[in-house]
Write a protein that binds this ligand. Structure first.
Ligand SMILES: Cc1ncc(COP(=O)(O)O)c(C=O)c1O
Length: 400
């Protein structure tokens, strides 16, 4: 039977995401969802009750004040104004509310930004280890994904490799800082160097190359560090944000695209972004979240508490003998797996009721990822499991 190009594409995408989907739906972790005895460090989901301020805001703003409270809306003015004001303060750049587009999450912000700039046959560079869905979203936009590894010794960008990957068809590069899963914040020197590379390539190609700056974790930074947005270094930067991390409510789907005031031709991009929101199935945040946004903008999970969980686990894991670096931001720790086969080690941890993400699923074999969104009780209960699994791994060194 002949297969349509669409079903061929679906087949290849499923093949690409197959290991992730099967982990999410069929692994021992998936089978033990809801079991209160497990210690769950797999994804950035909440394991404590939601922020009280978050619930209050949703309740308050769910009461209609006008007849069109729940009408179609492309971007409520108070919400866009609140985002622009927050960006002006946080980024020290004069963002304009006209350049803010409210989306249903960071996922949609990335998809819409890609749709707004891609011509058929364009290439988009993404950095490995990547967030799970970059490659899928690039393909869905009609572009060709081009994978470039970060420097695996430092986890900083490999600028030479990026320069070598740029061609006359390159349209954009997705940069995620603080980076999931390595926890690295790219320093100003790296971003300056990247900006120089992209400026030169844009001139060579007679066409702008964009940075799609995935800033999902820009408010989850530790040790009082500063965060540096690529928008401060390179004018053709789309700032892409989700509130899913800061509010630890990723199922509520709220995010945005913002164009910095320095971006040339941003007036022409505005209608392209709006069109892309329609093309992506009305990728606009729902009315209730837009009304609540000015209040939600001021809220955050307790980053200090997250930092204490980071420190507690780092200390415990290092004491046990795990090799793990200190993340500067994000929700994640990234220890080396004691076995080269991280999937086998993750299974072993699972037998001790401790569930983590195998590095192989984020193109980083030999590591595993721990999400710090687990609660304190899970951390307490997990430490003996981490100890026992390491001990077992050492005594069966041949495995994996
Ligand atoms: C780096 C990165 N970008 C984007 C997203 C998407 O965020 P959301 O699901 O809130 O849209 C995530 C979520 O895990 C992420 O880690």
């Amino acid at each position: 039977m002949a297969t349509s190009p669409y079903s061929q594409q679906v087949g290849s995408l499923l093949e690409q995401l197959g290991p992730l989907f099967s982990f999410m739906t069929r692994s021992p972790w998936a089978q033990r969802q809801g079991d209160p005895t497990i210690c769950d460090f797999v994804v950035g989901n909440p394991h404590d009750m939601p922020l009280p301020g978050f619930v209050d805001a949703l309740q308050r703003w769910s009461v209609p004040r006008t007849k069109d409270w729940f009408a179609y809306t492309l971007g409520e003015q108070p919400a866009r104004a609140a985002i622009a004001a927050s960006l002006r303060e946080r980024r020290q750049l004069p963002f304009d509310e006209e350049d803010v587009f409210i989306t249903n999450g960071g996922f949609a912000a990335i998809a819409v930004a890609l749709r707004a700039i891609i011509d058929p046959g364009d290439e988009v560079i993404f950095l490995s280890p990547p967030w799970f869905f970059y490659e899928l979203l690039i393909q869905a936009s009609g572009a060709v994904p081009v994978r470039v590894k970060v420097n695996l010794a430092t986890f900083d960008l490999d600028l030479e490799a990026i320069a070598a990957a740029i061609t006359p068809r390159t349209r954009a590069i997705i940069v995620n800082s603080p980076h999931n899963p390595t926890g690295v914040i790219y320093p100003p020197e790296t971003l300056e160097h990247l900006a120089r590379l992209l400026t030169a390539a844009s001139a060579r190609n007679s066409r702008a190359l964009f940075i799609l700056s995935d800033e999902a974790y820009s408010r989850i930074v530790f040790d009082g560090r500063p965060y540096f947005s690529p928008a401060a270094f390179y004018p053709n930067t789309f700032v892409l944000y989700t509130y899913g991390k800061t509010l630890l409510a990723p199922g509520q789907r709220l995010g945005y695209i913002a164009l910095p005031p320095s971006m040339p031709g941003r007036e022409q991009l505005r209608p392209a972004i709006l069109l892309a929101q329609f093309m992506t199935g009305f990728a606009v945040a729902n009315a209730l979240l837009q009304h609540a946004l000015p209040e939600l903008e001021t809220l955050s999970i307790d980053v200090g508490h997250l930092e204490r969980k980071r420190d507690r686990l780092l200390e415990a894991l290092r004491e046990l003998g795990y090799d793990v670096h200190t993340p500067a931001g994000t929700f994640y720790l990234l220890p080396r797996s004691p076995w080269a086969d991280d999937r086998a080690f993750v299974e072993l941890l699972g037998r001790h009721d401790v569930f983590v993400l195998p590095g192989a699923l984020v193109e980083l074999p030999g590591y595993f990822r721990i999400s710090l969104t687990a609660n304190d009780d899970m951390i307490d209960r997990a430490i003996p499991g981490f100890a026992a699994a390491l001990e077992q791994a050492r005594t069966t060194r041949g495995v994996g």
